[in-house]
Write a protein that binds this ligand. Sequence first.
Ligand code: PMP
Length: 396
Amino acid sequence: MNQRQLFLQHVAQTSDAPLALEIVGAKGVFLYDVHGKEYIDLISGISVCNIGHSNQQVIDAIKLQVDSYMHLMVYGELIESPQVNYATNITSHLPASLNSVYFTSSGTEATEGAMKLAKRVTGRTNMLAFKDSYHGSTQGALSVMGSEYWRNAFRPLLPGIIHADYNHDDVFKLLDEDIACVILEPIQAEKGVNLPSKEWIKKLRAICSEKGILLIFDEIQTGFGRTGKLFAFEHYDIVPDIILLGKALGGGMPLGAFIANRELMKAFTLDPVLGHITTFGGHPVCCAAGNAAFEFLLQNNLIETVHIRQQQFRDVLVHPLIKAFRAAGLLMTIEFESWDTNKKIIDACLERGVFTDWFLFAPHCLRLAPPLIISEGEVKKACEIILSACDEVFKK
Ligand code: PMP
């Protein structure tokens, strides 16, 4: 059997039509398949590889850590410098109230931990989430996911979850003193880059404070410069009570985190002690990699170029098939009339050497989320390919 057959035979599948592209290398913004074909990556592992693939500083940090130690012992007991250094570094770039980091192994675990923390701190059990939001696939995170289609097959899920319309004032009437937390993405990524108004976010913040509800921002996809700020909450001049991180946090290695105030986090230390524990969360090699990636992002001022590159995409991607262009930094989309058109364009892009896809709750929208290191020339090339794919589909 060849690799493709073995992949289909032994690696569990999540759809009945996997791309099954065999990638053997990745460097910068490029992926290379087994036939030597080059693809410009406009997905970045869904906003993981913000500083590009195979970054030398990250590789060196991983090697250095591997030579010292890998896994030692369950989270929380030992002082492991990669965790300490990364937590100190990240919190130094956050508002003073967000000063305690709980590391996990994935984004969905960050969601789970934060939901538990909100229950524990407030003594309440109801939670409010939004339609068309994605917070992970485990059962707590699935309970707050904003799509009945994906939730329903896995019931029963958590009780007491309310789903409101995103960026809509109706939510304010639903906020009462039985609610432990409101969880939301500061920009709804999988809805095809759905941008809320600043006023709406500010009002949400104010009412949560008034009613003692914890405001949780899921920055798993929007973090680390993706939207043109280090974290997307900075666009709104507010500070959430808890932020969720994942994806780019690990610099390409599996790492998640929820960050809150030290006083809140204390709730996990008592009654019960060990209220939330993890074997691999904050793995030293992942923290070393993440910290190196974070340093690279900051040292190279990558966030400053995000707006310039977005403008380039925005200016060039004009075509009769393109109905809209929406973006927050380099989290961008072009919208087509239907999933059918989008799929044809995705396939035509792939054939021509651009790797992209669609969004979970917006199948008619094409994902444009390149590594933030993408150069002017690479954007130009990617756009030429997308437009030529549009031309081909338009002619048919
Ligand atoms: N929240 C958001 C906004 C996400 O985009 C994702 C992953 N797509 C998650 C949570 C879950 O992260 P993970 O896949 O690492 O569990």
